[in-house]
Design a protein around this ligand. Sequence first.
Ligand SMILES: Cc1cc2nc3c(=O)[nH]c(=O)nc-3n(C[C@H](O)[C@H](O)[C@H](O)COP(=O)(O)OP(=O)(O)OC[C@H]3O[C@@H](n4cnc5c(N)ncnc54)[C@H](O)[C@@H]3O)c2cc1C
Length: 458
Amino acid sequence: MRSVIVIGGGISGLAAAWQLRGQADVTVLESHGKVGGKLRTGTIAGITVDEGAESLMALRPEAVELAAAVGLGDALCDPAKAPITIWTGGALRPLPAGHVMGVPTDPSALIGTGLLSPPGVARVAAEENLPAAPLTEDCSVSDYLSARFGQEAVDRLVEPLLGGVYAGRAERLSLRAAMPRIAALAEQGGPLLPALRRMRAAGAPRSAPVAVQGVVGGTGRFPLAVAEACGARILTGTTARSLQRLPGDRWRVQAMTGDGALTIEADAVILALPAFAAAELLRPHSPPAEAELSAIPHASTAVITMAFSRAQAHFLPEGNGFLVPPVDGHTLKAASFLSNKWSWLRSAAPDTFVLRASIGRIGEDELLSRPDRHLVRSAIGELHRAVGPMGEPLAARVTRWERGLPQYGVGHRDRVRRIREATAKLPGLALCGAAYEGVGVAACVATGRAAAKATLSP
Ligand SMILES: Cc1cc2nc3c(=O)[nH]c(=O)nc-3n(C[C@H](O)[C@H](O)[C@H](O)COP(=O)(O)OP(=O)(O)OC[C@H]3O[C@@H](n4cnc5c(N)ncnc54)[C@H](O)[C@@H]3O)c2cc1C
């Protein structure tokens, strides 16, 4: 049987290990004490909640299918139905249904929402009559969409969603990589509004961030279940330090464990790592791949989880949470009212209200350098302004995700193509993870499974 070493025990690496079950002898190396990477649960006021990703994209099948395959089918659950809400202009304002990553399909639905000024709504409606040559080259989300819909729509409708998904900014993110459905329409030419309406009428996927599912007990259970079901040998607390190519296209990995150095060899190796970590291991083997991987920026973020006593709170908000446009100058980029959103959590902790606030977009490193207590205080202050005076939490904890989200800059797809071309020259080596074809869990699962298949084919 072929042997494969998977370096990185996040969901991408575990999906690769799952794909290889029964076909290869697999060892997963994970530097942390536990597998899961950005999917993990933690405890606050005695309640287990997600500290990283809290939901799985259900519009594409890979994540929910894998969850079901590893025994979590009955645990998959829908969030409470609620519109995406934007905190702007001093109020929480629902985003009208029918948008695609904040890009509206029906300008008239924006009237009276307070999301855009009347001239801003008129500018969106005018898109229909603007000439639009087919998009031939990648550009930033902001360059394309502000020319089509006006800057106000980008600032107040699109930026909050980009902040929520990528911790990114419209002026830096690639239209093709970060908003592929919009880019595909732009490539056809012609105004977007009628094209978006046609796409929706044809039953195309709805707005991405709406159609998600969670896991009862926390999405952090998902990687643990994959790890258990995949049958791989999993070595936690084991950090890969270097890679060596051996004769016969075999690979040797030198790693550090709590007990000292470990050397392990295999027929193939899968790097299921953040781009910067993959770059380090590839430096001696592919300088071009190393350079391209190192050039992918990453945004750091922090999740501030708070638990409130229902009996003592002055006020508890409704809805599933809100997103915040950076143009309003707030510290928060999003808040998720976990106890409203997930019924399993309400049942597990009926006396407590748990929410999480998120901060940190690309370029906000100064904000993230502040101590935990400052982040908690400013999050409470802004939450009070956004939803009302809730009072003090029973407990609060800050989870920092340093360089947690790769940024798909303009030209990202070409960069990924160059990375894949460079690493194709290294037989028996494959890459997967959030840095390539999508940051969401479903996209990561897809890259993991594809990398696994690549290591099996000669
Ligand atoms: C706060 C936050 C919230 C998110 N929310 C969502 C969400 O709700 N829905 C969604 O779909 N996506 C969400 N995402 C994105 C998604 O969670 C991630 O993109 C995805 O989980 C990344 O998985 P991965 O396996 O590619 O990488 P990671 O999870 O980063 O896993 C890589 C693993 O490699 C290990 N490692 C690194 N270097 C080495 C080494 N040298 N040797 C051995 N091991 C090493 C790391 O410890 C880590 O466990 C969120 C991301 C963040 C940060």
